[in-house]
Design a protein around this ligand. Structure first.
Ligand code: GLO
Ligand code: MG
Length: 346
């Protein structure tokens, strides 16, 4: 086994959120972006994820030249603070132009808006020094099945991916599948879908994926299996670790909060597959509980990282020899108990 490698950690400005939900307003005042950036390094994180408009606020009202100027200013600040930009993601779910979807919108003007905005995001990514564009296809899907032609939507997605691949000959696209929310059904619900559509693009080597634990659980899948699957294709280029309690709204709970054993399994397969050896980051797409007080505002991030590192220790000290013996003997009952007792620290 190769020598242990260190992990690098990351979060996005949206992960220090204010607590609003569909039933009530915020419970914490907004924190300034500069404050968020300052906390990141202090708490042991190495990089920040950016939506295009986290990097350049009010992006739709700005010219290309202005966008470049602001992205360059941000890059200078990041360099000054020793913080990397992990990725840029076009936020294609806020604008009035994306009410009925972005790349799969029924209106060609809206589709063009989505592509233009994605190309601008690629320019920002280049300036910030990351080659990864994350595509969470929030509104690509349907509320009612008859509203769109699913087959045509696949062609439109491939067209959009191709436009992005043509815009920048080196950039990589990492799609982040999620089966539902905000849509009733999304077009790319799982890693299998994300990797399958890559085959239809003009450069499949530059189309990969990002796994979010909660999204896999919402699809009824095991996040650790999704990780193994993506990594067997060398396609796992980013990761949103978090947790989710059953099949309900997307919860973005702290990593390991609900199912510690599943979190252990995720860390174990990441370690076994060498995630991070090519510079990939472990990102936590987690939110504070609505009840969280301002003075505890970073705890969900700090705790997720802490839990990850503790589980890493558990993965590295798991007795592989004994487990292999139990596997050879098909004694999965004993293997089950061995995992439980290892996690309990016995
Ligand atoms: C929501 C997604 C979202 C994305 C982020 C990056 O369910 O997980 O948080 O990861 O916007 O595009
Ligand atoms: Mg996510």
């Amino acid at each position: 086994m190769a020598k242990n490698h260190p992990y690098k950690f990351c979060f996005g400005p949206w992960n220090i959120s204010e607590g609003s939900d569909p039933y009530g307003p915020t419970t914490r005042p907004p924190a300034a972006f500069d404050w968020k950036l300052a906390q990141l390094k202090k708490q042991g994180f190495d990089a920040m994820m950016f939506h295009d408009d986290d990097a350049v606020p009010d992006i739709d009202s700005k010219s290309d030249a202005q966008i470049r100027k602001e992205a360059k200013e941000l890059k200078k600040r990041l360099d000054g603070d020793g913080i990397a930009a992990e990725m840029v993601a076009p936020r294609l779910w806020f604008s009035p132009m994306t009410i009925d979807g972005a790349y799969t919108n029924n209106d060609p003007k809206c589709r063009q808006y989505a592509i233009d905005r994605s190309l601008r995001s690629i320019d920002i990514a280049n300036i910030l020094g990351t080659d990864i564009l994350v595509l969470w296809l929030a509104r690509e899907g349907t509320y009612i099945r008859e509203a769109k032609n699913g087959r045509r939507s696949m062609d439109l997605l491939v067209e959009a991916f191709d436009a992005m691949l043509a815009h920048d000959k080196k950039g990589r696209l990492a799609s982040e599948p999620k089966p539902n929310e905000p849509m009733d059904h999304a077009y790319l619900p799982t890693i299998g879908h994300a990797l399958a559509i890559a085959q239809k693009t003009r450069d499949l080597r530059r189309v990969g994926c990002l796994i979010e634990s909660a999204h896999a659980i919402l699809a009824g899948l095991d996040p650790a299996d999704e990780i193994d699957f993506a990594m067997s294709f060398d396609k796992l280029w980013s990761l949103h670790l978090n947790d989710q309690n059953g099949l309900k709204y997307d919860q973005d709970r702290p990593f390991g909060c609900t199912n510690l054993r599943s979190a252990f399994d995720q860390v174990r397969v990441l370690e076994r597959n060498g995630y991070g050896r090519n510079g990939e980051y472990v990102c936590f797409d987690v939110h504070p509980f609505r009840t969280t007080k301002v003075e505890h505002w970073l705890d969900h991030l700090v705790n997720s990282r802490r839990t990850f590192l503790k589980l890493l220790e558990k993965a590295r000290t798991f007795n592989e020899k004994t487990s292999q013996k139990l596997i050879a003997d098909r004694n999965y009952q004993a293997l089950d108990q061995m995992v439980i007792e290892h996690l309990l620290g016995e």
